[in-house]
Each structure stands twice: as structure tokens, then as C-alpha cells.
Design a protein around this ligand. Sequence first.
Ligand code: THU
Length: 137
Amino acid sequence: MSGQDYLSLYKAAEKARVNAHAPYSGFKVGAALLTGDGRVFTGVNVENSSFGATICAERTAFVKAISEGVRDFEAIAVSAGDEPAVPCGICRQFMSDFAPDLKVVTGPSDEDGNGLKVIGLRELFPEAFVLDRQDRQ
Ligand code: THU
């Protein structure tokens, strides 16, 4: 992927962010997930009055794609507007189960991509937990 590809994915995350539902934290996040076949699934954080039921933007995007049958992922961009945002621990584990080689694109970034960062999920989440399901009842 080129720098321009990462920037357009980040812009899709920024655009999606307007639909974030964050009445409790006020911290609105948008995500854009690029699949292996070039589709983009967006997501936002959806908070709940039972705080633990909140879902992050990254997992919203993944759940949308997975429920449409997608299993091949290239990159995810995350935007919190002018503030930095990197995936939380739960999202790192969640994404690692499906796409350990995912690229994570974050900002804040200006229109031209100044400030954009691209980090491998393996770097963000080393020594990931992997469940060995063999020989289990
Ligand atoms: N949040 C995300 O959606 N993604 C991140 O990468 C960081 C945190 C959400 C969860 C919660 O709704 C709000 O941001 C504050 O933690």
C-alpha cells in the first residue's frame, strides 16, 4: 500500500467518525477497515449507559465485516479527530485473532498526511495470546 492509500483510508475513518455515539466520554472515534479484496468497512464507537457494553470503533468495523463473511484484512485506520487514538488492549486482541499482520493507521493528520503513522499490529501487540484448540473437549 502507498502513503496515499493509507491517507485515503484515514480520511474514510475521519468521515465515519461523525456517526460516533459517545455521550458519556465525549471522545468520538471513527475507523475504516480495508479488506484483502479492496472493500472498506467503517465503524464508530458506540457507548452505552451500562459502560461495559461500549464497543470501540475498531471492533464495530471488524464485526460489520466479519458478519458479511469477510476474513481477509489489510489495514485499519483510526481517527479521533485532532486527538491521537491507538487501539485499546481489547481491540488489539480482537484484531489479532483475525488479522495478526494488520497495519494500523493513526493520526492526528492533516489533509496531506502530515502526522499519519502506520504501525504493524504485531509491533503494537507483541506476544499475542493464541488459543491452542487442539486436544480440548
Ligand atoms: N475508543 C475507541 O473507539 N477506539 C480507540 O482506539 C480508543 C477508545 C472509544 C471507547 C470509548 O467509547 C471512548 O473511545 C473513550 O474511551
